[in-house]
Design a binder for this molecule. Sequence first.
Ligand code: B12
Length: 303
Amino acid sequence: MDQAKIEAIVQAVLAELAKTGATSAAPAPAPSAPSPAAPGDLVIDLPDPTRPEARRAIGVDHPYDLEGLRNLAATTTARLAVGRAGPRPKTRTLLLFQADHGVTQDAIYGEVNPDVLKQFDLFTVQTQVRDRQEYLLRPDLGRRLSDEAKRVIAERCVKNPQVQIVVGDGLSAAAINNNLPQIFPVITQGLKAAGIRMGTPFFIKFARVGVINDVNEIVGADVVVILIGERPGLGVADALSAYMGWRPGPGKTDAHRDVICMITANGGTNPLEGGAYVVELIKKTLKYQASGVELKLKSAGAG
Ligand code: B12
C-alpha cells in the first residue's frame, strides 16, 4: 500500500471518530517535534505529570460524560479518572505516583532546617532513637527522651508553666520547615494576649507524639503541645499536627490527647489559622482541666 493510501485511511478514521465525539472528548496531544538532546540525556516524551493541569487531567479515553467525570474527580484528591492502558496504569499515572512517592521520601528523610529553629531560639534535644532508620523501626524509642535530653531540659526549661510547647520532626521535616515560621508566632502571641504563662520551647529530634509524657515529667506543665510532622501522603507531604494533652505523664495515651491535624498551606488548614485553633483548644483544655475523651465528655456535659 502506498503512502497516499495510508494517509487517506487515517484521515477517514479520524473523521469517523470526530463524528462520534470521541476525539474531541479526549484529544490526543499534538505530536511535538522532539527537542534536540545531547547524547546520553534522558528524554521523556510526555508532558511533566506533576504540573497542576496535568495532575488533574482526565485520563479516561472517550468518556461517556467528560464534564461529569471532571466534576467527580474535582471533589477529591484521590487518583480518580486516570484511565488505563489495557489492564495497567498509564505511564503518566505511574510517573506521577513515583514523583509523589519521591516527595514523601524527601519529607521523611529530610532534616529540619536549623535556621527555622534558630528563628525561635529553640534548642535541640533527642529521643532514645539514634538515626532515622531506627526512628522508623522503633516508634517506642521515639517516645522516650535520652538521659542527656532529660538533663538539658531540666537545666534550661522554666518549670510548672501553664503551657509547654515542643516541636518535633516526626515524619516530615518539610512540615516543620514550611509551617513553623507561620504557626509558632501565632501561638505564642495568642497565649501571651490571653495572659497564659508559657514554658521554654524546644525542639526534639526523632520525636513521636507520646514523648510529651516524658517531657512533662520534667517540666510539670498543665498543658503540653507538640507541633510535629505528620506521616506524608501521596498528595501533601508537609502537613503539621498539633497534639496536646492535659498534664501528660506516665500511662497517658492518645485517648487523653487531642489533635489538630493537616496544617499546611498546600490544601489543608492554613498555618496562621491553625495557630489560632491551637490557642483556642489550649484555652478549652485549661478551662475544663481535661483533654481527649474526657474533654469531650466534660465540655458536652457543660452544654
Ligand atoms: C497513623 C495514624 C493512625 C495510626 C497510629 C498508629 C501509629 N503508631 O502511628 C492508627 C491507625 C492506630 C490511628 C488510629 C486512629 N486515628 Co489516626 N491517623 C494517623 C495518621 C494517618 C498519621 C498520624 C501521624 O503522622 N502522626 C504523627 C506521628 C509522628 O505520630 P506518632 O507518634 O508516630 O503516632 C501517634 C499519632 O499518630 C497518634 N494518633 C493517630 N491518630 C490519632 C487520632 C487522635 C484523635 C489522637 C489524639 C492521636 C492520634 O497515635 C500514634 C501513637 O501515639 C493521621 C492523618 C494525619 N493527617 O495526620 C490520622 C489521624 C490523626 N487519625 C485520626 C483518627 C480519628 C483516629 C482514630 C480516632 C480513628 C478511630 N475512630 O479509631 C484512631 C485513634 C488513635 C489512637 N491512637 O487512639 C484523625 C484525627 C481527626 C481529628 N482531628 O481528631 C486523623 C487526622 C485522620 C483523619 N483525617 O481523619 N491513626
